[in-house]
Design a protein around this ligand. Structure first.
Ligand code: GLU
Length: 301
């Protein structure tokens, strides 16, 4: 039998996913379109040296990979199909710089483990979804940015007493996403933890709320969003124990697109769009806008 507390947690998890709040406590909803900044479309922009940009021009719009289950970062409203969050705003602001009206973007949900393949086989033009820049991934894809700095952290149930940081994970069931840097770090640096991997973090969180795992580990930016949805059930513990610089993933070798995206990010950090986007999305979870990390315009590859 499911204990009453677990059942309550399960119902809350279902409510969080389906958007049905308990009476009197409406669910945390994504920002409404009228609350979000508008980005100026550079309609004179041309980038014929980028095969990705040319393909999008012929198609008439951009196809962008994203996440759909990460509150405040990349979230899809199941009713309207609308994507919202900080990553989604980044995708929109750089789209405007590339000359494409952000309203025309076709978003596609791509899980952590499938990002490199999606970029390599042309399923998407670029990817914006808590995507850590690292040397290993740079062998397969390119990265514009970084546009944000996150760090690996831990999410536990509010009643958890034993887990205060990664040093307490030995023998505990810990969940993360397949193909993610946090999962790889746990495997390498905390092998005594009992690791489980799913395609998405929301499945991990459901498993946490139903007492099937003891902790979920990934970037603090993602975990704080889940905790904010059910603060009476979940908390983020300890200090971040890695650096996760987020980049915009592009097909490897399309240096023209990568440098154009670097230019766009730099300009939008300067003109205030980046800060406005942050405040309208991730900032709602209570953390004031940080200074974005410097753009790393690494040489053409
Ligand atoms: N930033 C980490 C990564 O790129 C974790 C978040 C994610 O899986 O998207 O692997």
């Amino acid at each position: 039998m499911i204990p009453a507390r677990a059942l309550a947690a399960l119902l809350l998890a279902v409510a969080a996913v389906t958007g049905c709040g308990k009476s009197g406590s409406p669910p945390v909803k994504g920002p409404q379109p009228e609350d979000l900044p508008a980005y100026k479309v550079d309609s004179a922009f041309r980038l014929p040296s980028s095969p990705t940009w040319e393909r999008a021009r012929r198609r008439g719009h951009l196809v962008v990979g994203a996440k759909e289950d990460q509150p405040y970062m990349g979230e899809k409203d199941p009713a309207s199909g609308r994507y919202s969050g900080f990553d989604i705003e980044i995708a929109k602001m750089v789209s405007a710089s590339l000359g494409f009206d952000p309203k025309t973007i076709e978003f596609r949900t791509i899980a952590s483990a499938n990002r490199e393949t999606a970029l390599q086989n042309g399923q998407i033009d670029y990817y914006v979804g808590t995507y850590t820049i690292n040397d290993n991934r740079k062998k397969q894809v390119g990265f514009a940015g970084p546009y944000f700095m996150a760090g690996q952290s831990l999410l536990v149930r509010r009643d958890e007493k034993d887990i205060k940081g990664p040093q307490d994970l030995a023998g505990k069931k810990v969940c993360s996403a397949a193909g993610s840097t946090p999962f790889q770090r746990l495997q390498k640096e905390f092998p005594q933890a009992d690791l489980v991997a799913y395609d998405t973090y929301s499945v991990c969180v459901d498993n946490l709320l139903t007492y099937q795992v003891d902790a979920v580990s990934t970037d603090d930016s993602i975990l704080l969003g889940y905790a904010a949805k059910v603060p009476e059930e979940l908390k983020v513990v300890g200090k971040p124990f890695s650096k996760e610089p987020y980049g915009i993933g592009v097909p490897r070798g399309d240096n023209a697109l990568r440098f154009a995206l670097d230019d766009a990010l730099e300009a939008q950090e300067k003109n205030g769009d980046w800060k406005r986007a942050y405040e309208a999305t991730l900032g709602l979870s209570g953390v004031p806008a940080p200074t974005p990390p410097p753009i790393d315009r690494y040489p053409a590859s």
